[in-house]
Design a protein around this ligand. Structure first.
Ligand SMILES: [Zn+2]
Ligand SMILES: [Zn+2]
Ligand SMILES: [Zn+2]
Length: 137
């Protein structure tokens, strides 16, 4: 609980039961979490609106980031220290295991630089690699 409180404090967020609880889920899970993963863990203590608001405040403050899935689904991953309340900075790839369905941030694997034709300007790159994770090999 101490780490949660510290992260919330650094992000200028008041510590509330829902924020502590949901942040704890991210800290103790090595994989990205979908909305339903989170809801499963916190229901019925927190309702849908509370979960959405909590996730939104984490996204705004640079605590978590969105991860797009191959199926158009959305997951959330914990941000590294470089993200702030004004800017997310991500240059890592995401890996989805086709066996267990878990998605992970590979923080140590950087997205390569892309050479785009004239006139195109990159704002954001989402790179999802699919394959088999170490626990499923
Ligand atoms: Zn971020
Ligand atoms: Zn796996
Ligand atoms: Zn990530």
């Amino acid at each position: 609980m101490r780490i949660q409180r510290q992260i919330l404090k650094e992000s200028n967020l008041r510590s509330t039961p829902s924020r502590s609880k949901i942040l704890g889920l991210f800290l103790h899970n090595p994989h990205a979490l979908s909305y339903s993963d989170i809801e499963k863990e916190v229901a019925p203590s927190f309702d849908r609106v509370t979960v959405y608001r909590t996730l939104k405040s984490f996204l705004d403050k640079g605590i978590i980031h969105k991860i797009l899935d191959d199926s158009g689904g959305l997951k959330y991953g914990l941000c590294s220290d470089h993200c702030t309340n004004t800017e997310h900075q991500h240059d890592h790839v995401h890996f989805k295991c086709t066996q267990c369905g878990q998605t992970s941030c590979l923080d140590e694997v950087e997205i390569p630089a892309f050479d785009l034709p004239g006139g195109y300007k990159i704002e954001e790159v989402n790179l999802l690699i699919q394959g088999t994770c170490p626990s499923c090999r």
